[in-house]
Design a protein around this ligand. Structure first.
Ligand code: NDP
Length: 232
């Protein structure tokens, strides 16, 4: 049975990654900051023997290490670094209004978090068959695509995530571990808002196709959910 660890599985896209892989019969380790507070995640766990929930704040080194230790015997086929934060969505920024505290937290969640979690689970992935790290990034991390002001923290955190993951891909390649940078599309979640073009089901189904059809030729590529490439 293939296995997957998902971060930020309390709601939105993370919950949907967990739902679809559980439905497909994978062994799912669904992690969240407060797993007991997500009724939907608890309902998913109750409905699927192959899904367990785990406490993981991706900014907390102690929690990352504890989970890596708890799962020490488990080979991992796939790690989905999904958890993300976007403060400017709720508190718009601009010169004179930049919240540096939010910026630092955004980097902790969106950039350092996925690197920390990947680092902690390299050995688990090396023992799996799939050996893939999927980072849920954003087209807003494309420097090429910046045509308007604002969203400084979110954009720079995802650009830095892309750079870090591309670098990590070189370090992971000799271990047979690949990296995919996936933009989910504009999706109706708390972060994406009600006007998003896609529902979670469609977005995650498409991103799972990218995972399923992964070959080393796709290593460290920056892709939309539909497989088209995004300029850096
Ligand atoms: P949501 O806001 O619905 O979900 C964000 C998730 O991240 C929640 O599960 C939240 O947990 C979790 N999270 C936040 N901080 C932490 C942390 N420190 N540790 C662990 N988990 C944390 O957003 P989406 O589902 O839309 O976003 C998922 C990913 O997709 C993000 O990386 C986002 O940047 C990316 N994305 C989304 C787009 C969209 O249109 N929706 C577009 C482009 C990219 P909690 O419930 O505890 O707050």
């Amino acid at each position: 049975m293939p296995s997957v660890l998902i971060t930020g599985a309390s709601r939105g896209l993370g919950l949907e990654w967990a739902r679809q892989y559980a439905g497909a019969g994978w062994r799912v380790f669904a992690s969240a900051r407060h797993p007991l507070e997500s009724r939907e995640l608890q309902a998913l766990a109750a409905a699927h023997d192959n899904l367990t929930t785990h406490r993981l704040d991706v900014t907390r080194d102690d929690e990352i290490r504890a989970l890596a230790w708890d799962l020490a015997e488990e080979p991992l086929d796939l790690l989905v670094n999904n958890a993300g934060a976007y403060f400017e969505k709720y508190v718009p920024d601009g010169l004179g209004r930049i919240r540096y505290d939010h910026w630092e937290e955004t980097f902790r969640v969106n950039t350092l978090g996925p690197v920390r979690v990947t680092e902690a689970f390299v050995e688990h992935l090396a023992r799996g068959d799939g050996r893939l790290v999927a980072a849920v990034t954003s087209h807003m991390g494309s420097i090429h695509d910046i045509t308007a002001p604002g969203d400084y923290a979110y954009r720079s955190s995802k650009a830095a995530l892309n750079a870090a993951m591309k670098g990590l891909a070189h370090e992971l390649e000799p271990r047979g571990i690949g990296v995919l940078l996936l933009h989910p599309g504009w999706v109706r979640t708390r972060m994406g808002g009600p006007d998003g073009r896609l529902d979670c089901e469609t977005s995650v189904r498409a991103m799972r196709e990218r995972v399923a059809s992964y070959t080393p030729a796709w290593n460290a590529r920056f892709l939309r959910y539909d497989g088209t490439e995004i300029p850096w």
